[in-house]
Design a protein around this ligand. Structure first.
Ligand SMILES: NC(=O)c1ccc[n+]([C@@H]2O[C@H](COP(=O)([O-])OP(=O)(O)OC[C@H]3O[C@@H](n4cnc5c(N)ncnc54)[C@H](O)[C@@H]3O)[C@@H](O)[C@H]2O)c1
Length: 277
């Protein structure tokens, strides 16, 4: 539908089953893109424990699923908080495919929630490190490569409804996602002359691995059952459902394509009408 044949895309944080990143790589592969699946690959300390991350085996399984769609796929482990890893991610992509057209900054941490007056410095650093600094580092090295190619490019930041609205216990997450929209706008203005478009997509609630953790966290805080909590989300949504990872993947495919050639600096809500500013 969007004809992304001959395009090369990196999606960070795309190595976890049921994640938004997995849906994005499958959609971009279906559109004919060559794909770089990237994730942290292994547990690191308590903040990046195995239950929350895309491990190497999972990355490889997702890569196999993409290959069944007839496209070339590689996997590259990258901790987006580490500049050398981000540089290596771009280098390996160019080594294998000769170019880079699309970067999706999807890696994110949304499971570190604490009351604000008890919010630990290490928690703040972990969330900001992945959600904001990670997008900065990957965008920087992607933009260097895209400028060299001189054929433009598309950078898409997966922000959140929390980029527009505040949420309790989520000071770091909300600040990081608001910051990501700032990064999007600044980069759009600065990189436009190279025909590099930079946009954000803002999902609301999606029951991924992270979403499932958040359902449990907020239903406990509100004293609701898991199902009643989800029903309350559905009830306040104009389109009467929660989001699906595929809804986000479709928006990313559109923003990646020439159909969006005149769109940059946007923070597009994909929320069933729940968020509209
Ligand atoms: N699920 C939702 O409701 C929702 C809503 C709004 C925004 N988002 C955003 O969508 C994105 C994807 O979230 P998801 O719900 O699919 O969760 P997820 O947990 O399935 O995906 C997040 C991925 O980020 C990876 N990651 C974490 N730290 C990393 C690091 N240091 N380096 C590289 N990768 C790292 C994880 O391994 C994981 O694969 C995140 O940015 C999240 O903030 C999700």
């Amino acid at each position: 539908m969007y004809n992304l044949k001959n395009k090369v895309a990196i999606v960070t944080g795309s190595g976890r089953h049921k994640g938004i990143g997995e849906a994005i790589v499958l959609k971009l592969a279906a559109e004919g893109c060559s794909i770089v699946i990237s994730d942290i690959g292994q547990a690191k300390g308590t903040e990046f424990a195995a239950e929350h991350i895309g491990a190497t085996d999972e990355m490889n399984e997702i890569a196999e699923n993409c290959r069944t769609l007839g496209v070339e796929v590689i996997t590259v482990a990258c901790d987006v908080r580490v500049e050398a890893d981000c540089e290596n991610l771009i280098a390996q992509t160019v080594n294998r495919f000769g170019r880079l057209d699309i970067l999706v900054n999807n890696a994110g941490v949304g499971y570190i929630m604490e009351p604000f007056t008890e919010f630990k410095e290490s928690s703040w650093d972990a969330v900001l490190g992945v959600n904001l600094k990670g997008a900065f580092l990957c965008s920087k090295h992607a933009a260097i490569q895209m400028q060299k190619q001189a054929t433009g490019g598309s950078i898409i930041n997966i922000a959140s409804q929390a980029a527009k609205t505040g949420f309790p216990f989520a000071a770091a997450y909300t600040a990081s996602k608001h910051g990501l929209v700032g990064l999007t706008r600044s980069n759009a203005v600065e990189l436009g002359k190279y025909k590099i478009r930079v946009n954000a997509v803002c999902p609301n609630h999606i029951t991924t691995g992270l979403g499932h953790w958040q359902n449990k966290f907020f239903s406990d805080k509100l004293g609701l059952s898991y199902d009643d909590y989800l029903q309350a989300i559905v009830d306040k949504n104009p389109l009467g459902r929660t989001g699906q990872a595929e809804d986000i993947a479709k928006a990313v495919a559109f923003l990646s394509s020439d159909e969006a050639a005149y769109i940059t600096g946007e923070a597009m809500n994909v929320s069933g009408g729940e968020e509209y500013h």
